[in-house]
Design a protein around this ligand. Structure first.
Ligand SMILES: Cc1cc2nc3c(=O)[nH]c(=O)nc-3n(C[C@H](O)[C@H](O)[C@H](O)COP(=O)(O)OP(=O)(O)OC[C@H]3O[C@@H](n4cnc5c(N)ncnc54)[C@H](O)[C@@H]3O)c2cc1C
Length: 315
């Protein structure tokens, strides 16, 4: 069931019809169903969402949605959007923190284009005190993502961090590799459908791997981000940090926009750092489908949303 749902939603995410239907209804009005997970299609909406989070004592990272670009021109356009976003964030005064994907910056076009585009973003980002986190995509990209990351790290960009996925069997070695550099890791369970040769398939195995890696990061990492909505793991993290005398300023929790807002609030009230990943932009469909794949119960609220919007349009 755990990986079956992911496979189904991955297949659906490639359906052009579904994408058309979702794009038509998903963000159409302030109450549309995709707005539960996506802050909006414009920068203005993202900044407004960010300000609302900051008022509640939360930190944030903005993600300009987009992935799997196939041409250098598209990668260049995404890079320019990020450069514009840096200016918008500077003007707005919200926290300076970005998340991005390498397939958005042209890693499928060629590695050198992607490194150049990332450097174009890191240059002003570093100058203005931003943190930039590279998301981790499916396992075909793990090695090249680490490789691009290390290339820029060697070029003295220190404002970058990376996400690593607990479901991959290789990740313990990758955590050690990044801990040795002194780089910050965001630990996630992993959102893609992966084969058994590379990834644990059972939820229990993924969770056990997550807890092992969380401990390794708290012991040896640099301001690691424990990115999960799994309350049992959050509790385990708090207990481990307490037991080892690791202060609340030496790690942070991270969660996705719109998920477990109750847990976000209670951790903040207890003095933990909590950062929210705030995605926005017109290319929201693949991200949205991954959120459905994680929790098929979400489909119910989407269907109700589509029906009520269609009903409203018909009235
Ligand atoms: C800040 C952040 C960044 C991320 N970056 C990446 C990345 O770069 N690469 C990557 O592969 N994955 C990324 N992810 C996604 C991650 O891999 C998981 O797919 C996702 O976080 C769900 O796993 P979980 O740890 O919350 O645990 P789960 O066991 O899946 O869920 C635990 C509980 O959280 C709640 N929950 C989880 N997902 C949902 C949902 N979609 N809707 C409603 N409730 C939900 C439910 O209450 C559930 O019982 C990121 C996640 C976060 C929080």
């Amino acid at each position: 069931m755990y990986s079956g749902a992911k496979a189904l939603f991955y297949a659906l995410s490639r359906s052009a019809t579904l994408q058309r239907l979702a794009s038509r209804y998903g963000m159409a009005s302030p109450r549309s169903f995709a707005r539960r997970f996506i802050a909006g299609e414009t920068e203005g909406e993202a900044i407004a969402a960010a300000r609302a989070l900051e008022r509640r004592g939360l930190r944030l990272t903005l993600d300009y949605l987009g992935e799997s670009v196939r041409t250098a021109a598209e990668a260049d356009a995404a890079t320019r959007e990020y450069l514009r976003l840096i200016d918008v964030i500077l003007a707005s005064g919200i926290e300076r923190n970005l998340s991005l994907k390498l397939t958005q910056l042209g890693v499928d076009v060629d590695r050198a284009t992607c490194v150049d585009n990332l450097r174009r973003i890191l240059e002003p980002a570093q100058r203005h005190g931003f943190c930039v986190r590279i998301d981790m995509e499916n396992s075909a990209y793990t090695e090249v993502t680490l490789d691009v990351f290390e290339t820029l790290w060697q070029q003295q960009y220190r404002c970058i961090g990376l996400a690593l996925q607990a479901y991959l069997r290789r990740t313990e070695a990758d955590v050690r590799r990044l801990n040795a550099l002194g780089a910050s890791v965001r630990l996630v369970k992993g959102a893609y459908k992966e084969p058994a040769e590379v990834a644990y398939q059972d939820k229990a195995e993924v969770d056990a791997s997550y807890v092992r890696l969380m401990r390794l990061l708290l012991d040896e990492g640099t301001i690691p981000a424990i990115a999960t909505h799994d309350e049992a793991i959050v509790t385990e993290t708090r207990a481990y940090a307490h037991e080892r005398g690791i202060g609340r300023d030496r790690f942070e929790f991270e969660m996705l926009y719109g998920i477990r807002r109750d847990l976000q609030a209670s951790l903040t009230a207890n003095g933990y750092r909590v950062r929210i990943y705030v995605p926005f932009g017109r290319q929201w469909f693949p991200y949205f489908m991954r959120r459905l794949g994680e929790r098929p119960a979400n489909v119910g609220f989407v269907i109700r949303g589509i029906l009520s919007e269609r009903g409203a349009a018909d009235r």
